[in-house]
Design a protein around this ligand. Structure first.
Ligand code: 13P
Length: 249
């Protein structure tokens, strides 16, 4: 079943207000492609309000959320606060947070549940390291991350999975089309095992060095329902061709 694709940009810890003029052009490309795919930008928290104002018709997301709604958690930002900005998405469990902040599958699951409770769509990231892939353990690692972090209440309407092999992030390297196809098929099967029929409708994004040059090929792979784009989402010049290549499929 072909699902409506989602192309989401993750700005990571990049961008000041000087980056906001990139957004209207991305918004225009998203509007042109409407009906064929969804587009979102996840800027740093500091830019979310102004991003929403600069491109009011572009969907906005956050890159992380706290698992609790409010309280004495200095520096924390809750899913309810993100939803209050009229954001639609929140990325949870990105490998950079799993690595640098030590987030576990249980943490990621709690964040995804908080996102759902706040009415947001969680973009839940999984993916193996190079060492794990070389050891032939990519499938096991990804299946384990899904089992540990996908909320049992996950639905097609409030959950998106992003498969991001750690070794492909920011490196310019991507898995072969056959490898992407194989692991996305495995993720689909695991989602159906965990969520039942809902698992057939949960979108599975590919992330890791998606560029204008490879987007068409990667987005055409079966069970690839869109992209989570890092570096190439920072400028309209790079991100718009990715939107267009996906919309053309
Ligand atoms: P790059 O597109 O820069 O490789 O980053 C991918 C990523 O981590 C998106 O979340």
């Amino acid at each position: 079943m072909a699902l409506r694709k989602l192309v989401a940009g993750n700005w990571k810890m990049n961008g000041t207000r000087a980056a906001l003029p990139e957004l209207p052009e991305i918004e225009a490309a998203a509007l042109n492609a409407q009906g064929r795919l969804d587009v979102a930008i996840c800027p740093p928290f500091t830019l979310m309000s102004e991003a929403a104002a600069a491109a009011p018709l572009l969907a906005i997301g956050a890159q992380d959320c706290h698992h609790l709604e409010s309280g004495a958690y200095t520096g924390g930002v809750s899913a309810a606060m993100i939803a209050d900005l009229r954001a639609r998405y929140v990325i949870v469990g990105h490998s950079e947070r799993r690595t640098y902040q030590g987030e576990t599958d249980a943490d990621v699951r709690a964040k995804a549940e908080a996102a759902q409770a706040a009415g947001l769509i969680a973009i839940l990231c999984v993916g193996e390291t190079e060492e794990q892939r070389d050891a032939g353990r990519a499938d096991l690692v990804v299946a384990g991350q899904l089992a540990g972090s996908v909320p049992p209440s996950g639905k097609a309407a409030n959950l998106v999975i992003a498969y991001e092999p750690v070794w492909a992030i920011g490196t310019g390297r991507t898995p072969s089309v056959a490898d992407v196809a194989a692991i996305h098929e495995l993720i689909r099967a695991k989602l159906i095992e965990l969520l039942g029929p809902e698992g057939t409708g949960v979108r599975i994004l590919y992330g890791g060095s998606v560029k204008p040059e490879n987007a068409g090929e990667l987005m055409a792979v079966p069970d690839v329902d869109g992209a989570l784009v890092g570096g190439a989402s920072l400028t309209a010049a790079q991100f718009v061709p990715i939107i267009q290549a996906t919309a053309a499929l």
